[in-house]
Design a binder for this molecule. Structure first.
Ligand code: LRH
Ligand code: MN
Ligand code: MN
Length: 426
């Protein structure tokens, strides 16, 4: 089912009275604080988050996977699902493909499908963490850092193939995440692993088109549980510098050890002009990939505060590639993504409310209490009417989750695809 303008108008008619009350109250309050409500609305409306093709089916754990009814089983269907999110929110205008899970068969048809849904192709993601059917070499002992030169060559060539696929779709960036590492102490020589990884990344980088970027994602552990070759932002930053100016670090929120100060990492990378992309999710324990903002919303706000500061003060850092990287085992994936999009925009809107001038002045006076008050005042503001207003002005719905249910989207997908469809991917 395709959501059309009439659906949106009908949905908004039902919610408009409540929304108007909430928005009028909030914009009046913000006016009194000298906030430029229209400028905030424009920023919210412009903010676009890519949806990864692997988030549209239910994820799994190593113990099992429970498919969700009406899951998309083809790339076309995945694009349609992102189209649903975008039609409702006007915030999800891009899809990020994982190769080889989503190799297009007919490029023109795929591009047309994306266009109909108002989507562009964001970063393409390579996959050297699974052995592919009929592959000559195995990645059992690593890919870009494997001791065996021909396994490294195969992984390099895969990344080049992914760039070529992305070029045909209009993508402008490649994201590399390596599972390479060791499960046991003594298994690998750290230095030779790093040297191989660096040389392999340089070989991929040398094939990167001029107007492309390469994002290097880091992660401390999993699937390897003793050491990971690109374990932290420092290693990623070092490798990005070794590759060149089109290479950047990518921060995935779940890829940190507990209590890591992610906002400080963001700030340092932006100062150095090397933050390229961002993967949103949330977690309680490790790389849980749960709904954005569902566990640590204040931490997300603090991260956005640094992102907003960087976007305003660090012209040396390019525009960022935003993506949700989450995958679930039990919830309706589309409902979950709607919740994540809302949480991202909420944190962004709150960060936009931080009075940077006032904060700077309080910092200079070492008025620690006031510094904290300024942050918490912004955080405690209920900004949801701003999000709804930005969405409605852009042609989306006031309340996406409510409309998703009242338009019976999942029921329509089940009718179309059946109860037992299975998404490709994780
Ligand atoms: C690794 C990761 C990375 C991958 C995705 C499938 O944990 O977050 O971004 O490409 O999972
Ligand atoms: Mn990620
Ligand atoms: Mn991850």
């Amino acid at each position: 089912m395709r959501i059309n303008k009439q659906h949106i108008a009908d949905e908004n008619k039902n919610s408009s009275e409540n929304h108007k009350d909430g928005f009028d109250f909030l914009s009046h309050q913000l006016d009194k604080q000298d906030k430029d409500v229209n400028a905030i609305l424009r920023k919210l409306a412009d903010f676009q988050v890519a949806i990864p093709s692997w988030a549209l089916g239910a994820g799994g754990t190593r113990f099992g996977r429970f498919s969700y009814f009406g899951e998309p089983s083809t790339l076309e269907q995945k694009i349609d699902d992102v189209g649903v999110l975008h039609a409702l929110t006007k915030t999800a205008g891009a899809i990020s493909l994982h190769i080889p899970w989503d190799i297009p068969q007919d490029y023109d048809a795929i591009k047309e499908r994306a266009k109909i849904n108002g989507l562009v192709f964001d970063a393409v993601n390579s996959n050297t963490f699974q052995d592919q059917k009929d592959a000559k070499e195995s990645y059992r002992f690593g890919s870009l850092s494997n001791l065996n030169a021909s396994a490294r060559e195969q992984a390099i060539q895969h990344n080049i193939d992914v760039i070529n696929i992305g070029e045909k779709l209009g993508s402008k960036s490649l994201t590399v995440w390596l599972a390479d590492g060791a499960n046991f102490a003594g298994q690998r020589n750290f230095q030779s692993s790093l040297i191989h990884a660096e040389n392999s990344l340089k070989s991929i980088y040398s094939e990167l088109p001029d107007d492309w970027k390469m994002f290097i994602e880091y992660k401390p552990y999993e699937p390897n549980f003793y050491s990971t070759v690109i374990q932290d932002w420092g290693t990623s930053f070092m490798l990005a510098n070794a590759c060149g100016e089109k290479a950047y670090t990518l921060v995935d929120l779940g890829h940190h050890l507990p209590n890591t100060n992610i906002e400080q990492i963001v700030s340092t990378l932006m100062l150095k002009g090397k933050l390229g992309g961002f993967h949103f999710n949330d977690s309680k324990y490790g790389d849980d990939d749960s709904t954005v903002g569902s566990v640590k919303p204040y931490a997300l706000f603090l991260i956005f505060n640094e992102l907003v500061y960087g976007m305003e003060n660090n012209p040396q850092n390019p525009d960022l590639a935003w993506m949700i990287d989450a995958s679930h085992n039990i919830k309706d994936p589309l409902e979950d993504l709607l919740q994540s999009l809302e949480a991202i925009l909420e944190a962004y809107a709150k960060a936009l409310l931080v009075d940077q001038e006032e904060l700077k002045a309080a910092q200079e006076r070492n008025d620690v209490t006031l510094c904290q008050e300024i942050m918490q005042n912004a955080y405690r503001t209920d900004v949801r009417p701003l999000l709804a207003q930005a969405r409605a002005l852009s042609g989306g719905v006031i309340n996406p989750l409510k409309s998703y249910r009242s338009l019976r989207i999942r029921e329509g997908l089940i009718k179309e695809r059946g109860m037992n469809s299975v998404a490709t991917g994780l």
